[in-house]
Design a protein around this ligand. Structure first.
Ligand code: AMP
Length: 274
């Protein structure tokens, strides 16, 4: 496994892969890797001869500097994790490498002012900006994104279609713990008590959605969602949206339940298929 920090060394290896006609799968991450990331890696191994993962904590996508500073960092374990998953290249650039003096800052124009975009101002501009840099550097055949960050997946899908027509985006189902919570780097920040509370919350959520009539209109379902979450101490949103266009119209059957809640200062997001 190669651990590469600079673009020119990276290009030497990627060009050699391309000369040999290998297809390249790419997984962008912010590190603190877990089996959610592992599932993206395995999917890439299935589809490609070579798999590259990037680890870069992109300050530009953090609307809150404290959140950036507190983001879990886990270098040694990440290398072991990648080795275990037979990753071919770990690309771990520093900020200067990704953002030279001149780079293109991009503003997202899709799925605006809803869900995370409403509560994390500029977050998706930062995501798209860094991906524009990374996609241009790596020029892979395929790129893998988790459904765990569903709004991000939808936004990146639009961005790729408009700007990188030769790149194929592959969505990957959310990996969950045995108790049903989505694996996330941020889970490591939860205390034992917060984790237990989060697991019971998730169980209640599963119970709540299992009792709903799937033919129900989203407007009615969202009234019920509002009632359910009302007593919860801190959350940004908890609502059903159409999975195709993220609108609030249509039937429950075609929707997902999206939530962003807090446990202490840790913000946790998930979305559940009906
Ligand atoms: P992150 O390192 O959190 O930026 O995530 C990198 C990629 O892994 C994103 O495409 C995420 O959607 C995906 N991912 C994170 N957690 C999970 C999970 N539990 N299941 C599947 N994919 C995930």
């Amino acid at each position: 496994m190669l651990i590469i920090k600079d673009i020119s060394t990276l290009h030497t290896y990627l060009n050699a892969y391309k000369d040999k006609g290998y297809s390249i799968g790419y997984i962008p991450t912010m590190g603190a890797l877990h089996e959610g990331h592992g599932s993206l890696i395995e999917k890439s191994h299935n589809d490609n001869q070579k798999t590259i993962i990037s680890i870069f904590i992109n300050e530009k996508q953090f609307n809150d500097i404290q959140d950036f500073e507190a983001y879990p960092r886990n270098k040694g374990d990440d290398y072991d994790f990648c080795e275990k998953h037979n990753v071919h290249i770990v690309f771990e650039p520093d900020t200067k490498e990704i953002y030279p003096k001149e780079y293109k800052s991009i503003q997202n124009s899709h799925f605006k002012n809803i869900l995370c975009d409403q509560y994390r101002q500029g977050h998706f501009d930062g995501v798209i900006t860094v991906l524009n840099q990374l996609f241009s550097i790596i020029e892979s055949d395929k790129v893998y994104f988790g459904e765990k960050d569903f709004q991000q997946l939808k936004i990146v899908e639009k961005f790729v279609n408009e700007n990188f027509p030769n790149l194929k985006l592959v969505p990957v189902t959310t990996v969950r713990s045995a108790e049903g919570i989505a694996l996330s780097s941020r889970n490591s920040k939860l205390s034992k008590k917060q984790m237990t509370d989060f697991i019971s919350f998730q169980k209640e959520v599963f119970k709540f959605i299992s009792h709903l009539d799937k033919k129900m209109d989203l407007i009615e379902a969202n009234k019920k969602a509002e009632m359910f979450i009302k007593a919860y101490e801190k959350f940004d949103y908890f609502e059903f949206r159409n999975a195709a266009n993220l609108n609030l119209e249509g039937k429950l059957l075609d929707s997902r339940l999206f939530y962003a809640i807090y446990k202490g200062s840790v913000r946790l997001i998930d979305n559940l298929k009906l």
